[in-house]
Write a protein that binds this ligand. Structure first.
Ligand code: DC
Length: 216
């Protein structure tokens, strides 16, 4: 079974997918982490955003491992928290706009799901990676709410970003993510749309779990 979830930054995809995966016994695949790993590897190698060929090369060769307990390994080194930091967050949307990078990472993501029951979240999962998924959801929330959530989440993780920096970053990423030539974040008629602005995490999780249980 494949459950696909798309939505903008801060819509709750990561938290919700992780909780639903435990309730339904699915492997949780955070595709944003794969783009973040490529961005981090660029920073490590001193590659800048103009060096498309080098970025594409990195996306082809990096060794990315997402573990069952949601930890992220890049070339065997744990980077779970490192990939959420400001420097990576600032460049990742642009990195994900490079079409060849997307091709390489979409192939990797499909491979990660092979033969497994998965819940996969990102921006183009319902449209490009698994357009024939068993269930397709679009999670949304107002910009204010998403900024608030990301601020709280960063505080817990010890990431130092002000609310205005977060608002600016999310607004820019929203624009970029929705206007990519390939793999843009899109609302479609065949997704189940959930506005989580006024919902608790449990309410969203239960809604998704019930839909999946009823639909099976
Ligand atoms: O979900 P996230 O914020 O960790 O994602 C990081 C960036 O990666 C985001 O700005 C857009 C990009 N991304 C993408 O283009 N396609 C995906 N399937 C997942 C993420």
């Amino acid at each position: 079974m494949i459950i696909a979830i798309d939505g903008p930054a801060g819509s709750g995809k990561g938290t919700i997918a992780s909780l639903v995966s435990k309730k339904l016994n699915l492997v949780n695949i955070d595709t944003g982490a794969t783009y973040r790993c490529v961005a981090l590897e660029m920073l490590k190698e001193g590659v800048n955003l103009e060096e498309n060929d080098k970025i594409i090369e990195i996306s082809k060769n990096v060794d990315i491992n997402l573990t069952e307990d949601s930890r992220v390994f890049l070339n065997k080194e744990e980077v779970t928290d490192r990939i959420r930091e400001k420097d990576v967050t600032k460049i990742v949307s642009q990195v994900s706009s490079i079409e060849k990078v997307r091709e390489n990472l979409v192939a990797l993501q499909r491979n990660m799901a092979k033969g497994k029951n998965v819940i996969m979240e990102g921006r183009d999962i319902t449209t490009v990676v698994f357009p024939n998924a068993d269930f397709k959801f679009y999670l949304d929330a107002s910009l204010d709410e998403r900024v608030k959530r990301r601020f709280e989440q960063n505080k817990e993780k010890g990431i130092d970003m002000s609310e205005s920096e977060i608002r600016d970053n999310i607004a820019k990423r929203d624009y970029n993510d929705m206007h990519k030539k390939v793999g843009a974040l899109k609302k479609t008629d065949d997704q189940i749309y959930i506005d989580t602005s006024n919902m608790t995490i449990d309410e969203v999780v239960n809604k998704i779990v019930n839909i999946v249980k009823e639909g099976n």
